[in-house]
Design a protein around this ligand. Structure first.
Ligand code: TXD
Length: 324
């Protein structure tokens, strides 16, 4: 028998739990394990669904040759000791359902999921994806004892990626060279900032006329709807999963990336007690810094309109949760 080796102590493999094994959840799970970033616990309310997806992904390891594990479960205790909790659980709007109905149902799903995860992973970073994004992110913070820097919503990275992609396609340049930023709430009132978009340092205002820029900005605002219209059932999930992956990587590898995300505002941009998309630095501490940039009066108006709409929905959701 071979002598056993004295192995060095391994540092803990990071763990990401994803609540909701739908399109975004399962695509994100695949990215996380196949990039060797973390082990994954995939949880869904539907019995067999997360287990089946996890087994299928595990069986690809002989080809993908990564070393991460994924389990599927319906039990919250399996999320124990997670470093990141991602909440994608929710339902999509069905025919005949009002926005308020959807808000009420998703608010209940998301807050219950966050509270159950909190029991097992009180120190994790909570990344919220379920729509309406800014409202759901606020509710996760409000209904748990999590500090606000540990609760963040994903939308700005996706909206920014869409804008960067459209700029690269329009100019025929590599998307590697394009920088762009979209602020505000995730929805019709998002605030793409063409003034801050550059191609290898050159402002896009030098490279495109205002009509073209406005067309790309509008396509970014309609980005989600354009995909829903094409898919007919369901909404975008590849780019949303990539966006969430970028944020998780910044946290687990402590990269402190400066990106746009829904964060808790306490006076920044003149806004208080609200989650809204603004530039921030994201690292292992969670939200490390919120960056305030100069906005024109018109940009501020859009940001405040966005904040007003988010706040109305937060109030509505809180009333509904309290009335139960
Ligand atoms: O930029 C963004 N933030 C977004 C947000 C981009 C894309 C998608 N966006 C929203 O994410 C979308 O509007 C949804 O609210 C979520 C998830 O989107 P996805 O496309 O993954 O939805 P699916 O495929 O319907 O998956 C939802 C899963 C499904 O498997 C349900 O069974 C599960 O959620 N679900 C639950 N899991 C656990 N616990 C409960 N209670 C539960 N209810 C539903």
């Amino acid at each position: 028998m071979n002598k056993s080796l004295t192995l060095p102590v391994c540092s803990k493999i990071p763990k990401v739990s994803i609540i909701g094994a739908g399109n975004v959840g399962k695509t994100l799970a695949q990215r996380v394990i196949e990039h060797n970033l973390a082990d994954v616990c995939l949880l869904d309310i539907v019995e067999g669904l997360p287990q089946g997806i996890a087994l299928d992904l595990m069986e690809a390891r002989g080809i993908e040759l990564h070393n991460r594990n994924i389990i599927g479960t319906n039990e919250y205790q399996n999320t124990i000791d997670s470093d990141v909790i991602v909440i994608t659980a929710g339902i999509a709007r069905k025919p005949g359902m009002t926005r308020e109905d959807l808000l009420k149902i998703n608010a209940k799903i998301v807050t219950e999921a966050a509270q159950k995860c909190f029991i097992y992973s009180p120190d994790a970073l909570y990344l919220v994806i379920t729509n309406p994004l800014d409202v759901m992110t606020y509710l996760v913070w409000k209904t748990t004892d999590l500090p606000s820097h540990k609760v963040v919503g994903m939308a700005g990275v996706l909206d920014s990626s869409r804008l960067q992609t459209f700029i690269a396609m329009e100019l025929g340049v590599s998307v590697n060279d394009v920088q762009g930023m979209v602020l505000g709430g995730h929805g019709d009132l998002m605030l793409p900032l063409p003034r801050y978009c550059t191609v290898s340092g050159i402002p896009i205002t030098e490279l495109m006329d205002t009509v073209t820029i406005e067309r790309l900005v509008q396509r970014t605002r309609d980005g989600g709807a354009e995909i829903v219209k094409l898919l007919k059932t369901g909404s975008a999930y590849y780019a949303p999963a990539s966006s969430a992956f970028q944020m998780i990587e910044s946290v687990l590898l402590n990269q402190s990336q400066l990106l746009s995300a829904a964060v808790y505002l306490q006076g920044e941009y003149g806004l208080n007690d609200i989650y809204l998309g603004v530039p921030c630095r994201l690292g292992c501490y969670g939200v490390e810094q919120i960056i305030e940039i100069n906005l024109t009066d018109e940009e501020k108006r859009t940001l405040y309109d966005s904040a007003r709409s988010v706040r109305d929905n937060i109030n509505l959701a809180l009333e509904q949760l309290e009335s139960e």
